[in-house]
Write a protein that binds this ligand. Structure first.
Ligand code: HEM
Length: 344
């Protein structure tokens, strides 16, 4: 089912909060994922088409080409092999937290650094460059002002451009070096790195902090994640749905759930609302989207969330909220926490 919705440029399009309609729209190649077709910028502001390699914003066949090249790097098996890496990174951050003593801001001490350090490992950022890279990655995922975020994003882009050159010249044992051995150009590789950072950092950091909050609020939450990390994490993904919606645009006139949609009409798929309606332990939640653009990093996200939350619960079985206020950091595109003070 579709209901009418107004878009920032004045376009009258649609939205859906219905599971079956959402899956149908997201699986249908007659809907485009190109942002410049989505009516999301205010009237008069043009959105640029995707740069080479920025495949999240592309349709088939360009999207398919990049997706195929990357898929083998993100298999369930490969991601499971990373569990030990997450455990080590989580343990290092928990050591630092323990040494600092309570109260601690879990967002700053754990939820932001763990995904940032994981991505360093995966992209093969050298030890000497870690501090620089991690600093900018954390600013990008932080609650700082827009200018600082934009500057750090540009710094990461420059850094990735140089990193790609370095991996071409001297490959090491990491995903970027693997990809540098394919037909991809430097520009494409740099932009793929930017997509991975843009899609994988803030999402995971916010899921870690919101997930931890739920475990602390629910009696027995910490014990539950240790007893059954897989279903607990799926439930947390469903409940929080940090990417609350995705948008598509019809490439031709077509019918959706009995409703005529014109070419150029946008449809907002309300992932968060749909996931709320599914009920506890529902299979097939849409926290990672659906169809051709379904989250490429979902197994990596699951591995990180399970290993990191289990490590947190095991280290501090008596972890509790310190202070009565939780600082939320929700914006239109993302749900998350700015600060989560905890003690033990
Ligand atoms: C809990 C954490 C995460 C959540 C909730 C999440 C959610 C999503 C969603 C909803 C989409 C679909 C976007 C659309 O259809 O327009 C997506 C796509 C994507 N995600 Fe994730 N994501 C997470 C973590 C990650 C991680 C860790 C990575 C990799 C480092 C990653 C990489 C990607 C990429 C590359 C895409 C684009 C795929 C494509 O266009 O083919 N994500 N993610």
């Amino acid at each position: 089912m579709l209901t009418p919705m107004s878009y920032p440029d004045g376009h009258e399009g649609w939205q859906t909060s219905d599971h079956a309609t959402a899956r149908a729209v997201l699986a249908d190649p007659r809907f485009s994922a190109r942002p410049e077709l989505m009516h999301l910028a205010p009237a008069g502001v043009d959105m640029q088409p995707a740069e080479p390699g920025a495949f999240l914003d592309m349709d088939a066949p360009e999207h398919t080409r990049y997706r195929r090249l990357l898929m083998g790097k993100f298999t369930v098996r490969r991601m499971r092999l990373l569990t030990e890496m997450v455990e080590r990174i989580a343990a290092e951050n928990l050591d630092a937290m323990e040494a600092a003593g309570p109260p601690v801001d879990l967002v700053e001490a754990f939820a932001r650094p763990v995904p940032a350090q994981m991505i360093c490992e995966m992209l093969g950022v050298s030890y000497d460059d870690r501090a620089h890279f991690q600093h900018h990655a954390e600013v990008v995922t932080g609650s700082g002002d827009g200018n600082a975020v934009a500057e750090s994003f540009a710094a990461l882009q420059d850094f990735l451009r140089e990193l790609v050159k370095a991996k071409r010249a001297k490959p090491t044992d990491d995903m970027l070096s693997d990809l540098a051995g394919t037909e991809l150009t430097d520009e494409e590789l740099t932009n793929i790195g930017v997509v991975l950072l843009g899609a994988g950092l803030d999402t995971t950091a916010n899921m870690l902090s919101l997930g931890a909050l739920t475990l602390l609020e629910e009696p027995g939450g910490l014990a539950a994640v240790r007893a059954d990390p897989e279903s607990t994490v799926e439930e947390l993904l469903r409940v929080h749905t940090v990417t609350p919606f995705v948008v598509r645009s019809a490439l031709e006139e077509l019918e959706v759930g009995g409703q005529l949609v014109r070419a150029g009409d946008a449809i907002t798929v309300q992932l968060g609302k749909i996931n709320q309606d599914l009920g506890r332990n529902a299979k097939g939640h849409l926290a990672f989207g659906h169809g051709a653009h379904q989250c490429l990093g979902q197994q990596l996200a699951r591995v990180q969330l399970r290993a990191a939350l289990v490590a947190l619960a095991a280290r501090f079985p008596g972890l509790r909220l310190a202070g009565d206020e939780v600082m939320r950091r929700d914006d239109v595109y993302m749900r998350g926490l700015g600060e989560l003070r905890v003690a033990w």
